[in-house]
Design a protein around this ligand. Structure first.
Ligand code: C2O
Ligand code: CU
Ligand code: CU
Length: 423
């Protein structure tokens, strides 16, 4: 879990050395990079191979990620540890009333299960391909039962869900609300404002930034970040009526989980500064282009408009997967294909987008209030039966991808290419 930090317009050069006994390639999730540096599965290098990429940081400040992307083994390589944050900083965080980097905590959440010898246990059963691999313990930055000592002052928490399949319902154990100031693509703008929630729903590979004033609690206070129980999503729940089967089948989606402990050290209290969120960016040039993708999951596999990723023709692009560069397209994802009712985290490479509409479907009441569609996104959750429309304006031409970011669904082929082209 090395975190890499960069500023806008910096030139980044990264050398990747594959020390695995199998192919790999690294993808820079959320970063706007040329497709030659994107880490597409067709760019995977064999064991012992190496390559260098270079790109200029074009993204606004925010919390981005890196993780492997070879076809069919992304889930396993990520599970065993090859993933982390890539933070882009704003040069004037202090002027904006944000805590300085010393009072910032990056929190990478990953659920894992351990065997009798305390080893990581990856796939165990057929259910893992369907639900995605779930663990019963949450590691934070690779540490089990993570504990932080914090000063009685405001902190900036950069929370990233880097779990293969786990959806979190993040909350404080003492019931205080969470104040979200940013999501996948950085800070919310002034018009959007701080999003205060009693809990935050975070799908795999989404990020949320919180501004948390630990000074509002007494010296010595101990609080925990937890994932609250929720129902309505687990497949065994709906198939078997939950309960007993859940226990027999291992960890399930929606169980209550402990994440990390925070202890407030006694010390001088410093007050929260007035927060100045950035001005809204101008809207992207409006286009007329519309795309439609229907999601489906059947026979243990996911489909996008009836297609899956073709391992023999990794660069295949269909007509309904082409987007113009430099103008906004409206892309509708409809999670109502024939098959099992399931939720999916959907991600598009190489572009930032906005969620403009969410309708229909059966969003569990237990998760609704925690959904944050605000800000620039690169990954969003979609529940069974829902339609989500995003406004998306690619800025870099090339061959990119969109896929379900449940890593077991992705490895199972619920992934396709999309081509961004100049007109
Ligand atoms: Cu983070 Cu293609 O994914
Ligand atoms: Cu990505
Ligand atoms: Cu999925």
């Amino acid at each position: 879990h090395r975190t890499s930090e960069n500023t806008r317009n910096a030139l980044v050069r990264i050398e990747v050395v594959n020390c695995f006994a199998e192919p790999t390639v690294i993808h820079w999730h959320g970063m706007i990079v040329p497709d030659s540096a994107d880490g597409h599965p067709h760019q995977a290098v064999r064991s012992g191979g190496r390559y260098t990429i270079e790109f200029t940081v074009r993204n606004p400040a925010g919390t981005y990620l890196y993780h492997p992307h070879p076809h069919r083994i992304t889930g396993r390589q990520t599970y065993y540890g090859l993933a982390g944050l890539l933070i882009v900083r704003e040069p004037r965080a202090l002027d904006a009333g944000l805590p300085d980097p010393e009072h910032e905590l990056p929190l990478v959440l990953q659920d894992r299960r351990f065997g009798a010898g305390n080893e990581l246990v990856f796939k165990r059963m057929m259910m893992d391909d369907m639900n995605g691999v779930l663990g019963d313990r949450v590691l934070v930055n690779g540490v089990d039962d993570a504990a932080f000592r914090v000063a009685p002052r405001p902190y900036r928490l950069r929370i990233a869900n880097v779990s293969n399949a786990r959806i979190y319902k993040l909350a404080w154990s003492d019931g205080r609300p969470l104040r979200a100031i940013g999501s996948d693509g950085g800070l919310f703008n002034r018009g959007e404002g701080v999003q205060e929630r009693s809990y935050v729903t975070l799908f795999p590979f989404e990020r949320v930034e919180l501004l948390e004033d630990f000074g509002a609690r007494r010296d010595g206070a101990e609080i925990a970040l937890v994932s609250r129980a929720f129902s309505g999503l687990d497949m065994m729940d709906s198939m078997m009526g939950g309960g007993m089967m859940g226990g027999m089948m291992g960890p399930s989606q929606g169980e209550e989980l402990h994440i990390a402990r925070f202890t407030v050290s006694p010390g001088p209290r410093s007050r929260a500064q007035a927060l100045k969120l950035p001005e809204p960016e101008g809207p992207a040039r409006e286009g007329k282009h519309e795309l439609y993708t229907q999601l489906a999951f059947r026979h243990m596999r996911g489909f996008l408009n009836g297609r899956s990723f073709d391992a023999d023709d990794m660069q295949a692009v269909a007509d309904d997967e082409r987007l113009p560069v430099g103008e906004a397209s409206l892309w509708t994802f409809a999670n109502d294909g024939r098959g099992m009712a399931m939720s999916h985290p959907i991600h598009v490479h190489g572009v930032r987008f906005r969620v403009v509409e969410r309708s229909g479907g059966t969003m569990p009441a237990d998760l609704r209030d925690g959904m944050i569609d605000t800000g620039y996104k690169d990954t969003f959750g979609i529940f069974a039966g829902e339609r989500v429309r995003v406004l998306i304006a690619p800025t870099v031409p090339g061959l990119f991808m969109y896929h379900c970011h449940n890593l077991e669904h992705e490895d199972g082929g619920m992934m396709r290419n999309c081509q961004f082209s100049d007109r």
